[in-house]
Design a protein around this ligand. Structure first.
Ligand code: SF4
Ligand code: FES
Length: 256
């Protein structure tokens, strides 16, 4: 259903020139925002206004604007991806806010996600964790077995598919009081450990990904579960349990 009246809003936005500068919250007004527009479209309206006044636009990350790429990392009114559940910031609609409301917009806050500029953070720590183990070896000899010929139980196929929906947005880290990346890493480890294709590197994967996660400065999991609540893809805490089991088994059985 379409919204009704256009909205006038006050935005409190984190502005930071670069990684070395200290930032501060700055107030802005945006008027005439349709309740049917997305949060990022509202940010576009703000930036068009700033550019037309000769001011520097607010930098924020985005790409697909369809909930797929995981780029749109905004902390809105104290919640990763804002007040709606199971959506990314780009899928958040302005009808979730009220006319006249003040909205606070900050970047993800975590030591392993340094702020590059304004609302944009460096999430290359996630890339390095993926590079440490988030891949599989495939037989490309010409005798490759057809994937459909490999039996996988329905339960494992479903769990692996659910884990694979993680888009690497980092909301779990931003939400966690310890800035733990265990929901993300758990999803990546579980996805492969549950499938026959993931068996070749199974032990190295979990050991190397967890090692890299610790090197990047992410915190530990203390089972508060906030990550699962704020995850736009509904990644289950069960993935952390799978990762912990995988890690223990690999540590005890890996030959040096
Ligand atoms: S587990 Fe969820 S919140 Fe964390 S990176 Fe993946 S999709 Fe984002
Ligand atoms: S811009 Fe791609 S998930 Fe939001």
């Amino acid at each position: 259903m379409s919204g009704t009246k256009d909205m006038n809003l006050t935005l409190k936005i984190w502005r930071q020139k670069d990684q070395k500068s200290s930032g501060k919250m700055v107030d802005y007004k945006v008027n005439g925002i349709s309740p049917d527009s997305s949060f990022l479209e509202m940010m576009d309206v703000l930036n068009e206004g700033l550019i037309s006044k000769g001011e520097e636009p607010v930098e924020f990350d985005h790409d697909c604007r369809e909930g797929i790429c995981g780029m749109c990392s905004l902390y809105i009114n104290g919640e990763a991806h804002g007040p709606d559940r199971a959506v990314t910031t780009c899928q958040l609609h302005m009808r979730k806010f009220k006319d006249g409301e003040t909205i606070t917009i900050e970047p993800w806050r975590a030591k392993a996600f340094p702020v590059l500029k304004d609302l944009k953070v460096d999430r290359s720590s996630f890339d390095r964790i993926q590079q440490a183990g988030g891949f599989i070896s495939v037989n490309t000899s010409g005798n490759t077995q057809d994937a459909n010929a490999t039996p996988i139980s329905k339960d494992n196929a479903d769990k692996a598919m659910d884990a694979a929906t993680c888009i690497g947005c980092g909301a779990c880290v931003a939400t966690c009081k310890n800035a733990s990346a265990m929901l993300f890493v758990g999803a990546k480890v579980a996805q492969y450990s549950l499938l026959p294709q993931g068996q070749v590197e199974r032990k190295d994967r979990v050991l190397n990904m967890v090692k890299q996660m610790d090197l990047e400065g992410f915190g530990n999991c203390t089972n508060t579960g906030a990550c699962e609540v704020e995850c736009p893809k509904g990644i289950s805490l069960e993935n952390i349990a799978i990762m912990n089991r995988e890690y223990l088994k690999a540590s005890l059985t890996k030959e040096e």
